[in-house]
Design a protein around this ligand. Structure first.
Ligand SMILES: [Zn+2]
Ligand SMILES: [Zn+2]
Length: 452
């Protein structure tokens, strides 16, 4: 088999990798760069233009893994896309939402290349999706001699690592991983018992030292304390979250503490795309490993869904918990517009529960001194920041020691480090060499073919 990175750089950007077997031309993931715009957000699909693609494998439905799938599948009109059943439903919703986002960016930011695809394109590619169950071997390729098995990656609903088997060789691509149980979704369930030859693994947290005092129970307690403190003074809490994954995890976590009596029975408010995604989480609950398989999030008594109709504004009421996307408070999103007046009220709190990239309004807010002004939206006046702000670690990604454990357990002869900025991949490379001294640990150069 030949492996080739189609990414534009060694970073957490637009994930996509080519894998050629004796009878299949596979593309693993078809991401969109979360920060770049228009054609700069698309992977280097021109690198596989000549040889073509007949099989696409999607690990999970985050934008950086699936955002340009319609572009790829339009270029290769016979290709089929394999993913887990929950991933089919989530990807369908996400891609249609993405068309709407691109259309508004065209109007608001004047990016005339947008939309890169339209709703019809999405409908056509969704017809070529094949939903598979975890652990079931499916045949792909021209002579059906390439075997694909999806194994639970524990990252979000429907997330998977995929085993590709061909001509006696076993290749495994992890996608994004969480090895520990989250409140809603159980940790990764990879099976390397029969050994693997090559491993492609994410390295998101490679440059983040693991703090032993930051444990999940400690983080939950800190969150509960801060919410209680805010409710006691009649304030409200804003938690910026991603619509898919972090929203449902935080709803479950807060619900758990409300049931225990650790938190008051105040409304939990979600909105927009998050509502759509939460409905899918409920519908697909039998196709995922959950801590509480019977729990239906939309039936939680305190959960309320806010509509963007009525001027696109959600008004803040006292003693509410607002879980609004996006997680990084990107301009023109619910969490960004909601924060404008919210952060000036000293009774309120903003609680960050996930990663915020540099150059995002969320990151800027974290680094703003209380009492000074911040411009959250370039087209709106600056706002005074005068409320509590806390940051918590509820990452959906494995820490770097867990990633090294997976590498060691795999005993792979070749390990490729992807989905990480260069310092992260380099730390992982140095440490992985100590764990598997006889193996090659590679940070793949975009476009370069590697035999696996
Ligand atoms: Zn992800
Ligand atoms: Zn990712």
């Amino acid at each position: 088999m030949i492996f080739k990175s189609l990414a534009r750089a060694n970073e957490i950007g637009a994930n996509s990798y080519g894998l050629t077997t004796s009878d299949a031309k596979i593309v693993l993931d078809a991401g969109m760069h979360p920060k770049n715009e228009a054609l700069d957000s698309v992977p280097h699909y021109e690198l596989i233009k000549e040889e073509g693609a007949d099989t696409v494998v999607i690990t999970h439905s985050h934008l950086d893994h699936v955002g340009t799938l319609p572009i790829l599948m339009k270029q290769h009109h016979r290709a089929k896309a394999y993913m887990t059943k929950p991933c089919v439903a989530l990807t369908d919703a996400l891609l249609h939402n993405s068309v709407n986002v691109m259309l508004s960016k065209r109007t608001e930011l004047g990016i005339t290349d947008y939309p890169l695809f339209d709703h019809d394109d999405v409908n056509q590619v969704v017809d070529r999706f094949i939903g598979v169950d975890y652990g079931r071997r499916v045949r792909a390729g021209h002579f059906e001699e390439t075997l694909l098995t999806f194994q639970d990656a524990g990252h979000v609903l429907g997330s998977a690592g995929v085993m590709v088997e061909n001509e006696g060789k076993r290749f495994f691509y992890t996608g994004d991983i969480q090895t520990h149980d989250q409140t809603l979704i159980k940790g990764a369930d990879f099976d390397f018992q029969d050994g693997i030859d090559s491993l492609v693994i994410e390295s998101t947290r490679g440059a983040t030292p693991t703090d032993p005092t930051v444990t999940r129970p400690n983080e939950e307690q800190r969150l509960v304390d801060q919410i209680n403190k805010t409710m006691d003074r009649n304030g409200s809490v804003l938690i910026p979250v991603f619509a898919m994954g972090k929203t449902q995890e935080m709803v479950t976590l807060i619900h758990k503490h409300q049931l225990n009596g650790d938190l008051p029975n105040v409304p939990i408010i979600i909105g927009g795309l998050s509502t759509k995604m939460t409905i899918i989480y409920d519908k697909q609950r039998r196709h995922s490993r959950r801590s509480n398989p019977r729990l239906e999030l939309m039936r939680i008594k305190n959960l309320q869904t806010a509509s963007r109709r009525g001027g696109g504004i959600i008004r803040s009421s006292p003693r509410c918990i607002y879980l609004l996307s996006s997680g990084m408070m990107t301009e023109k999103t619910l969490s960004n517009s909601f924060a404008q007046g919210f952060i000036s009220n000293p009774k309120n709190s903003v609680l960050f529960v996930g990663y915020t990239d540099h150059e995002t309004p969320g990151h800027a807010l974290k680094n703003t001194e209380r009492g000074s002004k911040i411009k959250l939206d370039s087209e709106k006046p600056a706002t005074v920041f005068d409320c509590d702000l806390e940051t918590f670690d509820f990452s959906g990604h494995a820490n770097r020691e867990d990633l090294l454990d997976i590498i060691e357990e795999s005993k792979a002869k070749k390990v490729f480090l992807v989905h990480g900025d260069l310092p992260a991949s380099e730390w992982m490379q140095a440490e992985a060499k100590k764990r598997l001294p006889g193996s090659e640990i590679i940070i793949p150069e975009p476009g370069k073919p590697y035999s696996v």
